[in-house]
Design a protein around this ligand. Structure first.
Ligand code: GLN
Length: 491
């Protein structure tokens, strides 16, 4: 389903600005569909801000009535926000008992920019605890369901945001990416997910997981919407020293004018090996053939260090996580367990982390410890540099890479919950972009055929490009979106 009458978020904003509809009507409609889907057990949201959102919508409507609505790119557009991004005055739980009582004292930069654009945050969405997971099953508040099949996961960790968009509750959502948490749930739910260049969106107000990997990303029902949302939140920020200073390109206008002729599309053999389900391979091949038929040149490339991506990611990410999570000690933020002395207060407070968090904190502390640091973390960062080098070599020759987003479609709730390695392997095609810092887009491209009682499920294909090539990725993605007959089965 898509939000409302199916028009794009930009078209909705145009209609609100023109007075054909109002922000209040759009936000009301969002709460109507949220109530409906949450009532059916979707569990995409952890909190709603109905009163605040309706007040903000009324303020947008007043501005427009006063003739002051011109700069409001997303006027009246309801947006859902992953609950690890701070929205002033409300909770930011990170899906964790540790932050359950915490109230955000300020807006993340991305949220401040949404407000300036006239968008309205309707609520905070479910996620794997502190964004660690690939299914949203690690949320301390229970899993989100796949909008098409409640026995399946929506992907993760931004599963609530992806499900909210795919179910039609909202046209747009923000998520966060450390190793694929926007692209993977977008692929599972059949929507568009964007992981921008590292530093393209300020991390100010995004709760840290792996700081050298983290990036806020956008989710939308179509390419133009996901691009329009990135347009609003991207840009340099004095609050984030790693934000990129370059001006933000025009991401969303005129995408239809792009001509594939002469574009060089890389096809990396390493992404089409063992473990990839045949219908997903077939979907990528079909997309490749459409590009080629329209005049793009398909070039076989090699990313020889891609097979080390998972090992490197799950070394570097957990090392940074163990350090970032040390601040949840019961003193500074959120939950504090009662105890007679300080040491037991720390212990009891931190016991409230879920099992996956404890695993990562322990392993992360281990790979950073004296005597093991060079063997694990040092080695991990060295291989990370080679993964980045692979991309640089490939992008000297091609404009973008076309690959699957995930090796399988949405899996069942519980299927991988007791097998962390199987869960980690689901990220095999997404982690490299985070390790290298390059931008990537996942877009829906047909479905798997039904099989052994499994329904037809959305397939996501992925485009990755050099630093700051978001505009080009959106052009290619928009071309493919037009070429993709909705619901076509591959395999
Ligand atoms: N699934 C990956 C992990 O568990 C990526 C998470 C993310 O991108 N936030 O770490």
């Amino acid at each position: 389903m898509t939000f409302g009458d199916g028009r794009s978020a930009s078209a909705l904003a145009r209609a609100v600005r023109a007075g054909e509809t109002s922000a209040t009507t759009a936000v009301d409609a969002a709460f109507g569909s949220i109530r409906h889907d949450e009532g059916n057990g979707l569990h995409a949201f952890l909190s709603l801000r109905e009163e605040a959102a309706l007040e903000e919508a009324a303020a947008v409507d007043r501005r427009i009535a006063a003739g002051d609505g011109r700069g409001l790119r997303l006027a009246g557009v309801p947006v859902a926000v992953k609950d690890n991004i701070a929205v002033s005055g409300g909770p930011t739980t990170c899906g964790s008992k540790l932050l359950e009582p915490y109230v955000s004292p300020y807006d993340a930069t991305a949220i401040a920019r949404l407000r300036e654009a006239g968008a309205v945050v309707v609520g905070k969405t479910n996620l794997d605890e502190f964004a660690m997971g690939s299914s949203t099953e690690n949320s301390a508040f229970g899993p989100t369901r796949h909008p098409e099949d409640p026995s399946r996961v929506p992907g993760g960790s931004s599963g609530g945001s992806a499900a909210a968009v795919a179910a039609g509750c909202v046209p747009l959502a923000l998520g966060s990416e450390t190793g694929g948490s926007v692209r993977q749930p977008a692929a599972f739910c059949g929507i568009v997910g964007v992981k921008p260049t590292y530093g393209r969106v300020s991390r100010y107000g995004l709760v840290a997981f792996g700081s050298s990997l983290d990036q806020i990303g956008t989710l939308g029902a179509n390419v133009e919407d996901a691009a329009a949302l990135l347009q609003v939140v991207a840009g340099s920020d004095p609050h984030d020293a790693t934000s990129r200073p370059e001006p933000v390109a025009d991401y969303a206008t005129g995408l239809d004018d792009w001509d594939p002729a002469g574009t060089r599309i890389g096809w990396p053999a390493e992404y089409f090996g063992e473990g990839l389900e045949p219908p997903i391979r077939a979907a990528c091949e079909a997309a490749r053939d459409r590009l080629s038929a329209a005049g793009a040149e398909i070039v076989e490339v090699s990313l020889p260090h891609a097979p080390y991506g998972i090992a490197v990611y799950y070394t570097v990410a957990i090392a940074e996580a163990s350090s970032n999570l040390a601040r949840y000690d019961g003193v500074r933020y959120g939950h504090r367990a009662s105890a007679d002395d300080l040491a037991s207060m720390y212990l009891r407070t931190r016991a409230a982390f879920g099992a996956e968090l404890k695993r990562r904190i322990m392993l992360g502390t281990y790979v950073l410890s004296a005597g093991y640091y060079e063997a694990f973390y040092g080695q991990g960062t060295a291989v990370r540099a080679r993964i980045r080098g692979d991309f640089e070599r490939a992008f000297a020759d091609v404009d973008a890479l076309l690959t699957p987003t995930t090796p399988t479609p949405a899996f069942s709730i519980g299927e991988k919950a007791d097998d962390p390695l199987a869960m980690y392997l689901n990220d095999i095609y997404t982690v490299s972009a985070n390790l290298a810092g390059v931008p990537a887009v996942s877009l829906p491209w047909g479905r798997t055929p039904p099989r052994d009682g499994r329904p037809a499920l959305p397939i996501g294909i992925q485009l990755q490009g050099p630093d700051l090539s978001e505009r080009r990725l959106f052009e290619i993605a928009r071309f493919l979106e037009r070429e993709s007959p909705a619901g076509a089965e591959h395999g």
